[in-house]
Structures are given as structure tokens and as C-alpha cells.
Design a protein. Structure first.
Length: 255
């Protein structure tokens, strides 16, 4: 990597000292390239003071400096910063293209993996090549050249088994309170992640809505609560209360 390209992880290096270091480095011309490039990932994690300090260099950027500010949450970036940027929205890579790409990597590196496992990696990466490669690398290290199966991927992701999701959905939609709360506790004991459970419940609810000819009000109420909880997930102080919150809210709505 050339010294003219400087990468900064905004999730960890998000304070004013980071920006002061950027300003300091901006005083020196590039050594090898035409421009000195600063790539700031997860820029939305910057503190208010860091953003204010960054604004100064953005307002008077030397001609040999280029900034690449990367985020998936532009709504968290101050308008003063956004107004000085050219915004390029990158589209997600289609599943078929990502599968083709990952299979090339698998063949090149001689990774032993089933087709279903490879497809699950692609599904979980949500159109991101980086996420796809990170997940593949993680499972490759864990398995140590042994055959990688879909079960291995699910275990790594802490994704609940389909059997339990179907059961939980059935209990919730039929307002079986005791069984619902017992199964949620069981899933947490098995170290299933709340986000994964919500995601799978959304998929299950949508599937049921699409397969039913008769419109069922309960399914739509549940789907609305699940999607809202997924969007507002970061607002909860403790992630393990989210599922209980969803269920209690749903039960109250269908009384």
C-alpha cells in the first residue's frame, strides 16, 4: 500500500485527534501518486467535535488532497459536511453475480464448501463483496481446510434453526404467551442473536402473507411491529428485551 493512501476506521478512530492528524498530514504533498487520498470508513461514527474539525479542511482542501467518506447512513452525517461532498450511492451486487464471484474465489483457493453453504454466505452478505469475503475467510479459518456446510455458516452467524423460527411464529401468531416466552428464553440460552431472530421472523411472516389468499390482519400487524423494531434496534439499551417488547406489543394489539 502506498503511503499516499491513508485509511481510517471511523468506528474506532472517531475523535478530534484523528482529524487533527488528518489536517497535519494534509500539509505534505503525495510522494508517488497525483493525489494524497484519505479514505474514512464508517464516517457516521465521528463525534460532533470531529465533524466540526473536519469541516475546516473540507472547506479549504489543498488541490492535491482527495477525501472518500464512506457510510451506509448518510442521515447521520451533518448537512454541513454533506453539502461539501459529491454523493455517489453504490448499488448492491446482484445475487447471481456474487455467487459467480465467490465460486471463482472458492475454486482459486481450493476451499472445500457445499453449494448451500456458499449460497448462504452470499445471502448473508446482502450484496456486499467485502462482507462476503470476510464471512468466507472467517469460516475458512474456523474449519481449517475441512468441508464447510450450511450448518457451519448458521452456527457462525448464530442464526436460529428454521424449526425454531416456525415454532416461534406459530406461538406468537396464535397468542400462546407461555410457549412464546419459554421459546425466546431457550433461543437466548442457545446464543441466538436477537437481530437474526427478528430477520428470520420477518422472512417467515412475509412468506405467509404472500402464500395466503385471504388477507389476515394479524400477520400485517406482526410484520409492521417486526420491521419497526428492526429499524429502531439500536435505540434499545439491551438487545435481549427487543423480542419481548415485540411480542408484548403484538399481543396488546390483537386483543
Amino acid at each position: 500500500m502506498t503511503p499516499d493512501v491513508i485509511e481510517i476506521n471511523g468506528a474506532n478512530e472517531n475523535g478530534i485527534d484523528t482529524v487533527r492528524e488528518i489536517i497535519k498530514n494534509s500539509n505534505f504533498r503525495p510522494l508517488n501518486l497525483r493525489y494524497k487520498i484519505f479514505i474514512i470508513d464508517e464516517i457516521q461514527m465521528f463525534t460532533p467535535n470531529a465533524f466540526n474539525c473536519l469541516l475546516k479542511i473540507l472547506e479549504e482542501t489543498p488541490e492535491f488532497i482527495k477525501f472518500f467518506l464512506i457510510t451506509t447512513e448518510t442521515n447521520k452525517i451533518p448537512i454541513t459536511i454533506l453539502s461539501r461532498c459529491q454523493i455517489n450511492a453504490l448499488t448492491k451486487i446482484k445475487k447471481k453475480h456474487l455467487i459467480f464471484y465467490i465460486k471463482k474465489i472458492i475454486k482459486k483457493e481450493n476451499i472445500k464448501i457445499t453449494n448451500k453453504a456458499a449460497e448462504k454466505i452470499v445471502e448473508e452478505s446482502k450484496g456486499s463483496v467485502r462482507e462476503c469475503l470476510i464471512l468466507l475467510e472467517q469460516i475458512k479459518i474456523i474449519k481449517n481446510n475441512k468441508l464447510i456446510t450450511k450448518k457451519d455458516i448458521l452456527s457462525l452467524l448464530c442464526t436460529p434453526k428454521k424449526f425454531y423460527i416456525n415454532k416461534l411464529y406459530f406461538y406468537i401468531i396464535n397468542k400462546k404467551k407461555k410457549e412464546t416466552f419459554s421459546l425466546i428464553k431457550f433461543l437466548y440460552k442457545k446464543k441466538n442473536e436477537t437481530k437474526k431472530i427478528i430477520k428470520e421472523l420477518i422472512k417467515k411472516t412475509k412468506k405467509n402473507i404472500n402464500s395466503e389468499k385471504k388477507i389476515k390482519k394479524k400477520e400485517y400487524i406482526l410484520l409492521k411491529i417486526l420491521i419497526k423494531a428492526e429499524i429502531e434496534f439500536s435505540n434499545f439499551l439491551e438487545d435481549k428485551i427487543v423480542l419481548f417488547f415485540i411480542v408484548i406489543k403484538f399481543f396488546a394489539k390483537i386483543n
